[in-house]
Design a protein around this ligand. Structure first.
Ligand SMILES: NC(=O)c1ccc[n+]([C@@H]2O[C@H](COP(=O)([O-])OP(=O)(O)OC[C@H]3O[C@@H](n4cnc5c(N)ncnc54)[C@H](OP(=O)(O)O)[C@@H]3O)[C@@H](O)[C@H]2O)c1
Length: 309
């Protein structure tokens, strides 16, 4: 079976893709900045880890050697809050890192590239370094002369993501749900298993190329999403939205940017409050791969409804 390299394979999307690809008989290699990453989801699986950094082209050649395919799923540490002093930025990791991966893949004779992109690229959005970097990364992959596909993924939720499980836990004892800004920006959240499924199809069906959207079937506002997540294990308790004004968040972002280790940034606030992540243009998973991602209500029940978070 084909060997697939996953830069970012220890991350949320990457590790679920690695697990599914292994289960489908693929050989999986993960590129990580760490020598010995510990990824509980992958403990029982035969996975090879290679140490490297997408910002360091020299570290990529050994990782790509002998691979048939690659899933580019890296994201800079502390996303979406950039830290330019440590070169943890959209430009360094999303754009330049992807360009370095494409060069290494070409050198190694890789035959299939899957780039994990974002749905916001398909919509009119504020000028933002994340959009610029991801557009350039998509262009590097799709223009690489290697058979390739960009998956524009919507907001992902999972039992092991960094954000939503915290909200579910907090909602057990608090009736208040913090909503950044007005909460009116739209999205179509998708369960991580469906993202992994789309990645497996993208690897296995190399005749499909270009851009494919990976979205859930239910479009909601961020306010509706956060309230729905808070409600999952709350036994019918009424939840009260508490809006944190956009101006206050931007001020906190301005201060956060000036800390030695930025805790928040204005760009991160804009990303969280203003990006249109509705699924309007482009080819869907159903059209490209023949499957329909699970609905939000059922997906939230599967991810967070067990009461064990
Ligand atoms: N999660 C979402 O809701 C979502 C939605 C749409 C699109 N996306 C896109 O999907 C991709 C993956 O997102 P994610 O949420 O799975 O990210 P994540 O959980 O934050 O994981 C990112 C991974 O990237 C690796 N990484 C960080 N810096 C690196 C570097 N310099 N070189 C090599 N690897 C590096 C890290 O691995 P190590 O620490 O092991 O090095 C980390 O495990 C991103 O491009 C993101 O923009 C995500």
């Amino acid at each position: 079976m084909a060997t697939t390299l996953i830069p970012g394979g220890t991350g949320l999307i990457g590790r679920h893709a690695a697990k599914l690809l292994c289960e489908r008989g693929h050989t999986v290699r993960i590129l990580s900045r760490r020598a010995r990453p510990d990824v509980p989801l992958l403990h029982r699986l035969r996975i090879e880890y290679v140490q490297g950094d997408v910002r360091d082209p020299a570290s990529l050649a050994p990782a790509f050697a002998g691979c048939d395919a690659a899933v580019l799923s890296q994201q800079f540490q502390n996303f979406p809050v950039e830290n330019p002093k440590r070169n943890e930025t959209f430009d360094a990791v999303d754009r330049a890192g992807t360009e370095h991966c494409v060069a290494a893949a070409r050198q190694a004779g890789v035959r299939r590239l899957v780039y994990i992109s974002g749905i916001a690229l398909g919509n009119p959005n504020p000028s933002h370094p994340g959009i610029r970097a991801k557009l350039a990364a998509e262009q590097a992959v799709l223009g690489s002369c290697i058979s390739s596909i960009a998956l524009r993924v919507n907001v992902v939720y999972a039992a092991d993501d960094k954000y939503f499980p915290r909200l579910v836990r907090a909602a057990r004892w608090s009736p208040f749900v913090p909503i950044p800004g007005a909460g009116t920006a739209r999205c179509a959240p998708v369960h991580v298993d469906d993202v992994a499924r789309a990645i497996a199809h993208a690897i296995e069906r190399s005749t499909i190329s270009g851009v494919v959207n990976v979205c859930g079937p239910d479009e909601v506002t961020w306010k509706e999403l956060l309230l729905a997540v808070a409600q999952v294990n709350a036994a019918g308790q009424r939840k009260i939205p508490v809006h944190i004004p956009q101006l206050l968040l931007l001020l906190a972002g301005w201060i956060g940017e000036r800390l030695p280790t930025p805790a928040l940034s204005r760009d991160a606030v804009i990303f969280a409050t203003q990006f249109d992540q509705s699924c309007r243009n482009g080819i869907s998973c159903t059209e490209a791969f023949g499957f329909q991602p699970i609905g939000l209500r059922e997906g939230l029940r599967i991810a967070f409804g067990g009461g064990e978070l």
